[in-house]
Design a protein around this ligand. Structure first.
Ligand code: S3P
Length: 428
């Protein structure tokens, strides 16, 4: 249980957020399957990234700490060996789905399991294409749910048109494709985050991109590389929104990844009337990075359509808080995928907002939120979902009497220092 008190002060400060979770998983994976050593700096200490580190240790990769950095000594695909135990992916969908792609090509048996939330999430979306490539993957009770048993090897490239846009599924197929005979061609309904593609290039591999297509040739050799991970825009988003909706606030979040496949939150906040500047923009290890400066003011409600889904996918919970405190209605549509995240985020946010006195209409694939001047304080539930907990904490700053969040320790999944930073920017 965590209490977040109402705070009437404008927010001020310069902060840094943990390294990007998506890029962190990939840096550990690519370091492990490449030849030679890689050093990864600014990897998040969040539980999800640490699950991927442990998984590759379980698969026999030498991974050690070197000061603040993680050193990975990869021996190529053949350096991965059958684990002695079940691999526990915890709460991390990215660990489970991307590892499925890695293990689909390895000639041994692995079992991947996770917590209660991960055991409910759909895995058929990776089982189907990876099986078509020749791997043998079996989900619990044949239902496409974890635990997954994977018997890999002898993959063939496929042409695959993805029924849903998902960077995790695309990445799983690309990782299998790198081990397959021939070419693998993937078509996505909407471009999802491209960190895997950038990392293949960064580690000396080749990947072809064109519109909504991406393809890789199997049998490539990757080489170790040092990777610096930018700050996570999905973690920065909580503070961007907290400052954007509060007049006279001014914060800077330093060195945040602003890859155009991830920056929907900036576009939407600007449409809502927020002032966000990108300063000192550079490219670091292939990824665009900038300092984000936000100046607060009263926001206005907007329509957020399906065209923004992949660029914004993890930021809807916190944008729902921005909407709840904006002038007018915000209509969010085309986001059915939110029902399959760490929790059913459409239903979790509807419940949380209603408990804070907000008028919400919940639909199968979206939400309409009627903005208010302030929120009512109450007890709220995170459903063990880190992004729901952090979104409700930001709501608490604007709620009369604050909020009491159950199960708030789940923020450690992606952002263990979240509550410390929140205290820091709330200081008068
Ligand atoms: C991720 C992709 C997205 C996102 C998740 C991380 C990734 O999931 O929601 O938090 O690192 O590839 P989907 O691929 O299911 O959309």
């Amino acid at each position: 249980m965590k209490r977040v008190l109402q705070s009437k002060n404008p927010l001020h400060g310069e902060i840094s957020v943990p390294g990007d979770k998506s890029i962190g998983h990939r840096a550990v994976i690519f370091g492990s399957i490449a030849h030679g050593s890689s050093r990864v700096s600014n990897l998040s200490g969040g539980e999800d990234n640490q699950r991927t580190v442990q998984a590759f240790k379980d698969l026999g990769v030498k991974i050690s700490s070197e000061g603040e950095m993680l050193r990975i000594d990869g021996n190529g695909w053949e350096g991965l060996t059958a684990p002695k135990t079940i691999i526990d992916c915890g709460n991390s969908g990215t660990t489970m789905r991307l590892l499925s792609g890695v293990l689909a090509g390895r000639p041994f048996t692995t079992i991947l399991d996770g917590d209660q939330s991960l055991r409910r999430r759909p895995m058929q979306r990776v089982i189907e294409p990876l099986s078509r490539m020749g791997a043998d993957l079996v989900g619990r009770e044949g239902k496409g749910l974890a635990p997954l048993e994977i018997n890999g090897g002898n993959l063939k490239g496929i042409e695959y048109s993805m029924p849903i846009a998902s960077a995790q599924v695309k990445s799983a197929i690309l990782l299998a494709g790198l081990q397959a005979e021939g070419v693998t061609i993937i078509e996505e309904p909407q471009n999802s985050r491209n960190h895997t593609e950038l990392m293949i290039k960064g580690f000396g591999g080749e990947v072809r991109l064109g519109g909504r297509h991406v393809s890789v040739q199997g049998g490539q050799t990757l080489h170790g590389k040092d990777v610096h991970i930018p700050g996570d825009i999905s973690s920065a988003a909580f503070f961007l929104v907290a400052a954007a909706l509060r007049p006279a606030s001014r914060i800077v979040v330093r060195r945040v990844g602003v890859n155009p496949t991830r920056d929907g939150v900036i576009e939407i906040l600007r449409r809502m009337g927020a002032e966000i500047e990108l300063l000192n923009a550079t490219i670091e290890t292939g990824e665009p990075v900038a300092d984000l400066k936000v100046t607060g003011r009263r926001l206005k409600g907007v329509e957020i359509g399906a065209e923004l889904v992949t660029r914004t996918i993890d930021e809807y919970p916190i944008l729902a808080i921005a909407a709840a405190l904006a002038e007018g209605d915000t209509v969010i549509s085309g986001v059915k995928e939110l029902r399959f995240k760490e929790s059913d985020r459409i239903s979790a946010m509807s419940e949380g907002l209603r408990r804070l006195g907000v008028d919400v209409e919940e639909r199968e694939d979206g939400l309409t939120i009627r903005g208010r001047e302030t929120l009512q304080g109450n007890k709220v539930r995170s459903f063990g979902d880190h992004r729901i907990a952090m979104s409700l904490a930001i709501a608490g700053l604007c709620a009369e009497g604050g909020v009491e969040i159950d199960d708030a320790q789940c923020v450690a999944i992606s952002f263990p220092t979240f509550f410390d930073l929140l205290d820091e920017i709330c200081l008068p």
